[in-house]
Design a protein around this ligand. Structure first.
Ligand code: SF4
Length: 159
């Protein structure tokens, strides 16, 4: 999923850690770690994951609007390398359920990507099988499907 570097440079990402910090009201955004990666992530970070649906998440503590950072985050960014959760690898794109349809939206929290023209985002998502890969993972791992939030631009709809 390194395709994102076509629209989001590593240096932009490195300067901003907004997607790796969470507050109590957005803890539902904590990345889902697929069950097949559970043991490897636990071993690498020395943490115990907790279940969410059929998959796993980090066991993070929250205190209102105080930001809690993901335990995989270091001064140099994410330490998970190839184990980086799919949610993070495709962020700020999200698969959401809207009625009976799956859609791909973009989160306004990522300034760099969100400020790109809609045409650029649409072309990117619909090129190189990106949308197909997101929908396929969402069907295989339904816990990555997030609730649709009003105002999030819909980039594409599952065919
Ligand atoms: S797993 Fe890595 S990229 Fe994802 S939230 Fe944690 S530090 Fe950030």
């Amino acid at each position: 999923m390194s395709k994102l570097n076509k629209i989001l440079s590593q240096s932009s990402c490195g300067k901003c850690r907004v997607c790796c910090g969470f507050v109590d009201s957005d803890k539902w955004e904590i990345p889902i770690i697929f069950r097949e990666l559970r043991e490897s992530v636990e071993e690498k970070l020395g943490v115990k994951l907790i279940t969410r649906g059929e998959e796993f998440v980090f066991d993070m503590k929250f205190n209102g609007n105080e930001i809690s950072y993901c335990p995989a985050l270091s001064e140099n960014g994410c330490t998970l390398g190839d184990l980086k959760p799919f949610d993070c690898a495709v962020w700020p794109f999200r698969v959401n359920k809207l009625g009976e349809k799956l859609v791909i939206t973009v989160s306004p929290v990522c300034d760099t990507v969100f400020s790109l023209p809609l045409k650029t985002l649409t072309e990117f998502v619909n090129s190189d099988g990106f949308a197909g890969e997101l929908f396929a993972e969402a069907r295989k791992h339904p816990d990555i499907v997030k609730p649709y939030i009003d105002g999030y631009p819909i980039i594409t709809v599952e065919k």
